[in-house]
Write a protein that binds this ligand. Structure first.
Ligand SMILES: NC(=O)c1ccc[n+]([C@@H]2O[C@H](COP(=O)([O-])OP(=O)(O)OC[C@H]3O[C@@H](n4cnc5c(N)ncnc54)[C@H](OP(=O)(O)O)[C@@H]3O)[C@@H](O)[C@H]2O)c1
Length: 259
């Protein structure tokens, strides 16, 4: 822990080369924070997001790291420590899935569960563990996990995916107990988000149908934008002083309507 902490606050967002993570990195940058942008495969979109954050005034660290690898998580924490000597908010947003129709039980294998859990559950755990020494150096710090409405509704890309997000919700509560009073730990459960995730997974035609169906069922008649989730990640990270162990649904009122 050699580098003394910089004056500006630091947010680390996993999976921030796209979608929700990118919007979250940009939002923290727009509030005068420095940000670590993370991805595991393609550097080009991460560099683009980094450029957007720099244009908003942030200092940016771009780190390739697969959150399912504990060594990568520890290296990411070491790079943040060496650059800034601090981390104030960690957003565990990186996620993965496999699209398998719910009724086709034979199409989903044990390997799918293990690969999805390795990123969505174990990855968030490993990242949190790697960052605790940095987070607990300051009085007001937080972890925000990005879960999914799939964990409540039994919907989404596959049973392995919704189960992993249910595990992430439970882990959020456990980590909130473990890391209080120094570090708050909360989760966000978004509904259908207008990001590359579902477009890539479903294809354009099925995606458009899913959006229309969602709008018809949700009380607010809208799908969720990455910026809507980023706002929740900002509030849970920086506001929400008395909130820990909570899972906040951002679903446009899907759960309220037309069962
Ligand atoms: N889209 C939705 O409708 C929706 C709804 C509810 C919850 N969510 C959750 O929201 C989160 C973000 O989703 P999104 O819609 O923004 O998806 P997205 O646009 O596809 O972005 C996913 C991001 O995660 C990164 N990533 C994937 N695997 C990673 C790994 N092992 N280590 C580090 N980074 C990794 C990707 O970069 P690389 O490909 O380069 O690794 C990318 O930056 C996920 O946890 C997802 O489960 C999404």
């Amino acid at each position: 822990m050699g580098t003394p902490p910089t004056a500006r606050k630091v947010c680390v967002v996993t999976g921030s080369s796209s979608g929700i993570g990118a919007a979250t990195a940009r939002l923290y940058a727009s509030h005068g924070w420095d940000v670590a942008v993370n991805y595991s495969r393609d550097p080009a979109p991460a560099d683009e997001v980094a450029g957007q954050c720099r244009a908003l005034g942030a200092e940016v660290l771009v780190v390739k790291a697969d959150v399912s690898s504990d060594a990568d998580c520890r290296r990411l924490a070491a790079e943040v420590q060496a650059r800034w000597g601090r981390a104030d908010v960690l957003v565990n947003n990186a996620g993965t899935t496999r699209f398998v129709p719910l009724k086709n039980l034979d199409a989903l294998e044990a390997d799918d569960f293990q690969r999805i859990y390795a990123v969505n559950v174990v990855g968030a755990y490993q990242m949190t563990r790697a960052f605790v020494p940095l987070l607990e150096r300051h009085p007001v710090t937080a972890v925000v996990n990005v879960s999914s409405i799939a964990s409540f509704m039994g919907t989404g890309s596959s049973i392995a995916y919704m189960a992993s997000k249910g595990a992430l919700n439970a882990m959020t509560i456990g980590l909130a107990r473990a890391l209080g009073p120094k570090i708050r730990v909360n989760a966000i459960a978004p509904g259908l988000v207008d990001s590359p995730w579902l477009k890539n997974g479903l294809g354009e035609v099925a995606y458009a149908a899913a959006v229309e169906s969602y709008k018809q069922r949700a009380a607010l008649e809208e799908v969720i934008q990455p910026e809507d989730v980023a706002q929740a990640a900002w509030w849970l990270g920086v506001g929400a002083a008395k909130t820990t162990g909570e899972v906040l649904l951002i679903d446009g009122g899907l759960r309220l309507t037309r069962a």
